[in-house]
Every structure is written in structure tokens, then in C-alpha cells.
Design a binder for this molecule. Structure first.
Ligand SMILES: [Zn+2]
Length: 93
């Protein structure tokens, strides 16, 4: 199962044109070089040093959170029950 918290994490990018924030999923942001502003529709450059760093660090944090969550889930899952169809020896009472 491939799970990343980046699929669920929203990052707010500030539009240099109107100053409003546009929210996008981190998984979307890491694949794009710019996004349209939700408010004024002008392109927001994601390749500025500030935005690159913000997206990269958030994606890395998401990867760590995802790994930690998966480890917790794996630890909480009980051992699998015995497969059905095996000889039921304990019926001889
Ligand atoms: Zn804008």
C-alpha cells in the first residue's frame, strides 16, 4: 500500500499579484512549476527559492508522517487468524 500524507496535506501558496493564498495539495504542488491563483487567476511561480523550499520541506515532513502512521498501523494490526479449511484437530473432545 503506497500512502503518503502529502496526498492529504494542503499547502497555502501566496499569490504575488493579489496577496491572497491559494490552497493546493502537496502532491499536486511537487509536480508543477506554477499554479493559477484562485482569486485573480494569475500564475503563481512555484520555482521561487521560498516556494521550492516550502514545498520540499512539507513533502519531506509528509513522507515522515506517512511512514510513522504506517508503522503505527502495522503495530496495531493483530496477527492474522488461521486460514479456514485447515484440519480442525481440536474437535476431537
Ligand atoms: Zn492572485
Amino acid at each position: 500500500m503506497a500512502f503518503s500524507a502529502a496526498d492529504l496535506t494542503i499547502l497555502r501558496i501566496r499569490c504575488p499579484g493579489c496577496g491572497q493564498h491559494t490552497e493546493k495539495l502537496v502532491t499536486v504542488l511537487v509536480r508543477k512549476s506554477n499554479i493559477p491563483c484562485n482569486v485573480c487567476d494569475s500564475p503563481i511561480d512555484l520555482n521561487t527559492p521560498v516556494n521550492r523550499l516550502l514545498i520540499k520541506e512539507t513533502a519531506q515532513n509528509c513522507a515522515r508522517i506517512g511512514a510513522a502512521l504506517l508503522a503505527q498501523v502495522a503495530a496495531a494490526v493483530p496477527p492474522a487468524p488461521p486460514a479456514p479449511g485447515l484440519p480442525a484437530d481440536d474437535r476431537r473432545v
